[in-house]
Design a protein around this ligand. Structure first.
Ligand code: CUA
Length: 179
């Protein structure tokens, strides 16, 4: 026995390790190794772990790229706020801006095509949760997150911010159409 005794002589680390302690160290080590292998396994075979890349950027640099993308690919506007609906070129790059308190613009994708969707925040930490599919990533200012997606089903997908970002957090929504 060592760690479970009071450190009265202050040399508890010189006490021999008990069998029970070795057993727990062994269990923790083996479980740690299993978890380590599972991490790699799920990355390759699991459906919930998204492979994404992240690059350093600045809000200004990212906004410039997003605005260029919006200017070149907008097909119409929606709602009274005239939110642009932007058709991402098949196999190409789409940009989404997160800021207090909206996801901008609306993207339009085609079923079966693969896209690179770039995400960044203009201000604080936001969340990109794509409903009803199980995609959920954090979007951090100063980083450009690049997510590869291939939509398999037509429909209207909602983007919900799920990182608390202030008074308007609950209204921070966005939309992706898949046609
Ligand atoms: Cu953005 Cu919560």
């Amino acid at each position: 026995m060592s760690a479970i005794l009071p450190p009265s002589d202050r040399l508890w680390w010189k006490q021999p390790i008990d069998k029970v302690e070795w057993a727990w160290i062994g269990i923790a080590f083996v479980w740690g190794m299993i978890m380590f292998v599972m991490m790699i396994y799920w990355h390759i075979y699991g459906k919930q772990n998204l492979s994404n890349e992240a690059y350093k950027t600045s809000p200004e640099m990212f906004a410039a790229k997003a605005e260029k993308f919006i200017a070149e690919n907008t097909v119409r506007t929606e709602t009274e706020q005239q939110i642009p609906v932007v058709k991402v070129p098949a196999g190409g790059d789409g940009y989404l801006i997160a800021r207090l308190w909206a996801w901008y613009p609306i993207l339009e994708l085609e079923k079966g095509q693969t896209y690179k969707i770039h995400l960044s925040s203009m201000d604080y930490n936001h969340g990109f949760s794509l409903q009803p599919v199980n995609i959920n990533i954090q979007v951090i200012p100063g980083y450009e997150h690049v997510v590869k997606m291939t939509p398999t089903k037509e429909g209207t997908y909602a983007i919900v911010c799920n990182e608390y970002c202030g008074i308007g957090h609950h209204s921070m929504l966005g939309r992706i159409y898949v046609k």
